[in-house]
Ligand binder design. Structure first.
Ligand SMILES: Cc1cc2nc3c(=O)[nH]c(=O)nc-3n(C[C@H](O)[C@H](O)[C@H](O)COP(=O)(O)OP(=O)(O)OC[C@H]3O[C@@H](n4cnc5c(N)ncnc54)[C@H](O)[C@@H]3O)c2cc1C
Length: 519
């Protein structure tokens, strides 16, 4: 029987992200994934959010993803609503999905439009051959059994042979159709949209539009409604048809595409992908040493482009915590905080995506004002993407910032309340504040003091307490002009604020590292 500290079941975005985070913290893992290769004929997610891009930056692969992405951000940051690709423009949404070519103080990375298979390939490439990471493509988990000391996972390889792996933790990243959710007897709660959806990938090298570049074209108000966009700049396109049954779509794919184009065009259908929008959240995300991560825990409609990004957020949350426990500087309460921190984010995402689904292409008139009102939150959702909070978590300073979530999720207001993502800043030398945070905890102190001065001065006590506990603690001074430069902010590896204090003597490291509850 082979042995590994962590077994990741599933190598979609969630599983690959979990492996990347564990790799960052040098915790070995085995990743099981039945698909030997990713399929470019089923592109699914195209929106990689600002937040996911920030995590890719942390792993050192943001630029690699941008280089692999067929549509550069500079090519378009726009969603266009129109009568058809050859018809009139109705209205545009600029700066959609966090796409920008300008440096923005609020975040370290712009969003990126890139098909999900490309993201998966970049992550596979990043992980492949890394010490401690075993990628087992062609292998699937079939069962798992937990006992007091660990979990035994039964695996079937591509030749049909079964073998066992013994592990301390299992991350169930095996999506909606996986096995881990059933194995821990968790159940999805929620429902499905009754309307079917039908997606098509097609080749049309000669197809262009006088509407100019856009990452999505929504065709509304006519006989054929839906949306489409380029997968690359070499003539491969995707199209989506809400309300279209698989059988009808398969028989009439050509007519449907022609309806969106609105003029004679040559195209070749390469693949079809029927899917159903679902609003599901598992009744529990964990059972002892087994954690549900990504779509195995929750599924949301794709409107707004949050499913894979939320899955990546889950993966990072649990993976750094496992790493901290494995490295001996955190206790079990830290792992228990996974569900309490992620459930709220997930529920907010599902609700937002369901709200976006209320006005699909077929529901909208060719009226710019109506469309702007109905769709603004779908294309501008930085409040959701960056503004979520882990306040109320058992490992976050109690009492700080546990107010209701903001009603307007399109607007992100930076905040240093405990639980929130550290407000971003650019440093004078051009780096991001995030680039100088440590791999473990970071104490960000008043501006003007250098790290050595801070460590020797008023923070010496907390530095000594961290050292006693084996906690990796980096001390940094906040940059000039940073709005919270007179305070002490304790930052976690996932860039969230664990504690905020005027005097660092009051920071309780045992709460933050899950060695005692907040009571
Ligand atoms: C049309 C459409 C458009 C979308 N657009 C977006 C978007 O723009 N932005 C966005 O963020 N999201 C989008 N999504 C959602 C996104 O595709 C999913 O949220 C994402 O794939 C979830 O990632 P995951 O890793 O949790 O699960 P999955 O991608 O489902 O990965 C699960 C993996 O587990 C593997 N597996 C299954 N069973 C086993 C087993 N027994 N053992 C081992 N491995 C197993 C599977 O092979 C698979 O690779 C879209 C979805 C659809 C349908």
């Amino acid at each position: 029987m082979s042995v590994s500290p962590v077994v990741i079941v599933g190598g979609g975005p969630a599983g690959l992200a979990a492996a990347a985070e564990l790799r960052l913290h040098q915790v070995p893992c085995v990743l099981l994934e039945p698909r030997a290769e990713v399929s470019h004929r089923r592109p699914r997610a195209k929106t990689t959010s600002v937040r996911t891009m920030e995590h890719l930056r942390r792993w050192g692969i943001a630029e690699a993803l941008r280089a692999a992405a067929p549509l550069p951000v500079a090519w378009s940051q726009r969603v266009t609503f129109c009568e058809s690709l050859s018809g009139q423009r109705i209205t545009d949404f600029d700066g959609a999905f966090g796409l920008t070519t300008h440096r923005d103080d609020r975040f370290a990375e712009s969003g990126q439009q890139v098909p999900q298979p490309v993201v998966e390939e970049v992550l596979r490439g990043h992980l492949s051959g890394q010490p401690g990471v075993q990628l087992r493509f062609g292998h699937a988990a079939t069962a798992l059994v937990q006992d007091l000391d660990g979990v035994t996972v039964t695996v079937r390889d591509d030749g049909g042979a079964e073998y066992l792996i013994r592990t301390r933790y299992v991350l169930g990243c095996d999506g909606a159709g996986g096995v881990v959710r059933d194995q821990i007897e968790a159940r999805y709660v929620g429902g499905s949209d009754p309307r079917p959806n039908f997606n098509v990938v097609f080749r049309a090298p000669g197809l262009d539009t006088a509407l100019g570049p856009a990452v999505q074209y929504w065709v509304v108000g006519g006989a054929t409604t839906g949306l489409l966009g380029r997968l690359d700049l070499a003539g491969i396109w995707w199209a989506g048809f809400p309300g279209v049954e698989a059988a009808y779509g398969t028989a009439h794919a050509g007519e449907l595409i022609a309806g969106l184009i609105g003029a004679p065009a040559e195209y070749e259908v390469l693949a079809t992908d029927p899917w159903t929008a679902r609003m599901l959240v598992a009744d529990t995300f964990a059972d002892r040493r087994v954690f549900l991560v990504g779509e195995s825990a929750h599924v949301n409609p794709p409107w707004g482009g949050h499913g894979f990004n939320t899955s990546v957020g889950d993966a990072i949350n649990i993976a750094w915590k496992i790493a901290a426990v494995e490295q001996g500087w955190a206790g079990p309460e830290l792992l228990a905080s996974y569900e309490s921190e992620r459930r709220g984010v997930v529920e907010q995402t599902v609700a937002s995506a369901a709200a976006n689904m209320r006005s699909l292409a077929g529901d909208l008139p060719a009226d710019a004002a109506v469309i702007q009102r109905a769709k603004h939150a779908e294309f501008h959702s930085l409040g959701l993407v960056l503004g979520y909070t882990y306040s109320g978590s058992p490992v976050v300073q109690p009492g700080g910032g546990s107010g209701p979530p903001p009603a307007d999720l399109s607007c992100y207001i930076p905040s240093a309340e405990p639980g929130r993502r550290l407000p971003h800043a650019w440093l004078p030398d051009g780096r991001s504040l995030y680039d100088v945070l440590g791999r473990g905890l970071t104490l960000l102190g008043p501006a003007g003091a250098d790290a050595a001065g801070l460590a020797a001065g008023v923070v010496a006590g907390v530095v000594a307490r961290a050292r006693e506990r084996g906690i990796p603690l980096t001390v940094r001074a906040a940059p000039d002009g940073y709005p919270w430069r007179d305070e002490y902010l304790l930052i976690r590896p996932d860039q969230h604020i664990a504690w905020r204090a005027g005097d660092p003597a009051g920071i309780d490291l045992d709460v933050v590292t899950g060695r005692k509850g907040t009571g």
